[in-house]
Design a protein around this ligand. Structure first.
Ligand SMILES: O=C(O)C(=O)C[C@H](O)[C@H](O)COP(=O)(O)O
Length: 210
């Protein structure tokens, strides 16, 4: 599965921050029950790698990835934990090389055409547009679609159920990323039913008709 395949699994990739690895399995099952299969666990907590390991074991339908890859060493750590893809807020040459050398499908983060072109020079065609809303949002990606026609995006950062359909209507958007499907309060409360409801709603999102 390459990065594009990962992005085509569902319209939304939930961005997850897991404080306690014991919640990871039930969380992943709640999300896949709602129809979201690509799950991004950010490496922002000490529990993140154990959470990825637990999800991979306890939720066989999930395709679990590691987010917040900010240095090359994170690539090996993510793979060792069982991550099947990686996501980064940025796209440094060292990180792009490390992911390619290790064979980890990566969604590198870009916010400008030059960053997108630098990633493209290294063979990356599917990118995260981050942070999407503050960098021009839908209008920016629409403007990029002419000169950077071969690129496809997973915009993330400031995306919600309300504005996701506008992004999904763009021809260069494969899916969006967002944390709204499983906010930390709902994970802490182990409210799996509510998370499944939010996931189902996200999985049913369609491009806004223009
Ligand atoms: O940790 C990372 O790797 C990130 O790049 C940040 C996340 O993608 C955003 O925090 C999600 O954005 P929100 O949906 O606005 O919360």
């Amino acid at each position: 599965m390459n990065a594009e395949d990962v992005c085509r699994l569902a319209p939304v990739i939930p961005v997850l921050t897991v404080a306690d690895a014991r919640t990871a399995g039930p969380l992943a099952r709640a999300l896949t029950a709602g129809g979201l299969y690509a799950l991004e666990v950010t490496l922002r907590t000490p529990a993140a790698l154990d959470a990825i390991r637990a999800m991979a074991q306890e939720a066989p339908d999930a395709v679990v990835g590691a987010g917040t890859l900010t240095e090359p060493a994170h690539v090996e750590a993510a793979l060792a934990a069982g991550a099947r893809f990686g996501v980064s807020p940025g796209a440094t040459p060292a990180l792009l090389e490390a992911a390619r050398a290790a064979g980890l499908p990566l969604l590198p983060g870009v916010a400008t055409p030059s960053e997108a072109m630098a990633a493209m020079e290294r063979g990356y065609r599917t990118l995260k547009f981050f942070p999407a809303e503050v960098n021009g949002g839908v209008a920016a990606l629409r403007a990029w679609s002419g000169p950077l026609a071969e690129l496809r995006f997973c915009p993330t950062g400031g995306i919600s159920r309300a504005n996701a359909p506008d992004y999904l209507a763009l021809g260069n958007v494969l899916c969006v990323g967002g944390s709204w499907i499983a906010p930390p309060e709902l994970i802490a409360a182990e409210d799996w039913e509510q998370i499944t409801r939010l996931a189902a709603e996200a999985a049913a999102l369609r491009p806004r008709a223009r």
